[in-house]
Design a binder for this molecule. Structure first.
Ligand code: ATP
Length: 350
């Protein structure tokens, strides 16, 4: 995946190295409300790309444009080199869609439903995927009517139907919502095997662990825009390292002078929480793409690699502790997490 601002002309399908999905400056409105505000990303064949975001960020809207349910309001989208709306008849047989709300007939059994979808796949010239029911772990429910399935089981059936025609590109909108942890892990295994078989997958999710486990590339959306994108490691690097320790001091001492005279580290002020007569001090250091340091305070430039930044911060901290004859108890330096990156995006956009 690469982020791009410039408008690009899609290459003809079939050319080696063509992206499987190309979104360029996509905009989408509902009346006066602009739900998607000029987003761009590219997904290469065989890649799994995850769209993360807050509620109402525009993920489903983006997926619906890519699935051909509505034309792009602005910018352009291509799936397998085709316009998914204008050329949907050509594209549909080549893609699989797992919607948030599956539209099954409740009176049919699981086996009948899958057989109907297999029939439709055969009608458009596909060799239907055998064993789709087993693949998603519904073999013991084959004779159960769809309306009697639990929410999580319906999601599994949705997935079986989405893959039955062996799609080249698979769209999964919140595939594991409503599943228990075991079913979720099983589904991650299924998605992993589809990817291993070469399927290009676009997935939206609210489960950060899902993206962390499955995604080659991801983007975090908030209010219609992409705020952070890249590999999981690149996006996590945006979050910056976190330093925490405890000070064996009375809270009153520090409350009297908020933060005491704790130093700024990499331009970052500490946050303090008080428990049991000690203070827990936390610094969240700037990430790779952070802007100028907060509070206008001096700090290393943004070109400093995160590891060097953490190293310098610790040196400053130890010097401060030595000067105060203090021991930093339970000192921890930990890498930012995807959750930190997500919360940073939401926090910065407020
Ligand atoms: N048919 C519609 N008419 C008007 N507004 C809509 C419509 N569909 C979505 N919206 C609005 O567009 C915005 C984006 O919605 P969308 O469903 O794409 O978000 P999302 O990122 O998928 O959210 P969630 O994670 O909650 O599913 C929201 O503010 C939503 O209220």
């Amino acid at each position: 995946m690469r982020m791009t601002d410039e408008t690009t002309t899609p290459s003809p399908p079939g050319t080696s190295g063509d992206p499987a999905v190309e979104v360029t400056a996509l905009r989408q409105r509902y009346g006066e409300f602009e739900a998607v505000r000029g987003i761009s990303f590219t997904v290469r064949p065989g890649e799994l790309f995850a769209l993360l975001g807050t509620n109402g960020a525009g993920k489903t809207t983006t997926m619906e444009v890519l699935e051909g349910f509505r034309p792009a309001g602005g910018g352009s989208v291509r799936v397998l080199g085709l316009d998914p709306y204008a050329q949907r008849r050509r594209l549909r047989p080549r893609i699989g869609i797992m919607l948030q709300e599956g539209g099954f007939l409740g009176d049919l059994t699981v086996a009948e439903t899958v057989a109907a979808w297999q029939g439709m796949a055969a009608d458009v010239g596909h060799e239907p995927l055998p064993g789709a029911i087993e693949l998603v772990g519904l073999a013991d429910k084959a004779k159960t009517r769809v309306r009697q399935l639990s929410g999580g089981q319906k999601r599994r059936l949705d997935l079986a139907l989405a893959v039955v025609s062996r799609p080249e590109v698979l769209f999964l909108d919140e595939p594991t919502t409503g599943m228990d942890p075991e079913a979720r892990r099983d589904t991650w295994t299924v998605i992993g095997s589809l990817k291993a078989a070469g399927t290009t997958i676009l997935l939206t999710t609210h489960y950060l662990e899902e993206a962390e486990r499955l995604a080659d590339h991801l983007a975090i959306m908030h209010r219609g825009e992409i705020h952070s994108a890249g590999t999981v490691d690149e996006v996590v690097a945006d979050a910056g390292d976190r330093i925490t320790f405890r000070l064996p001091v009375q809270p009153e001492t520090l409350r009297a002078r908020p933060g005491g005279d704790l130093p700024f580290l990499a331009g970052t002020a500490p946050t303090l929480t008080y428990t049991d007569g000690s203070a827990t001090v936390t610094y969240t250091l700037p990430g790779t793409s952070s802007g100028s340091p907060p509070n206008g305070s001096p700090g290393p430039g943004t070109d400093v690699p995160p590891a060097a930044r953490a190293h310098a911060a610790l040196a400053t901290l130890f010097a401060w502790a030595a000067g105060h004859d203090l021991t930093l108890e339970r000192l921890e330096v930990r890498r930012g997490t995807l959750e930190d990156a997500f919360l940073r995006v939401v926090g910065e956009a407020r």
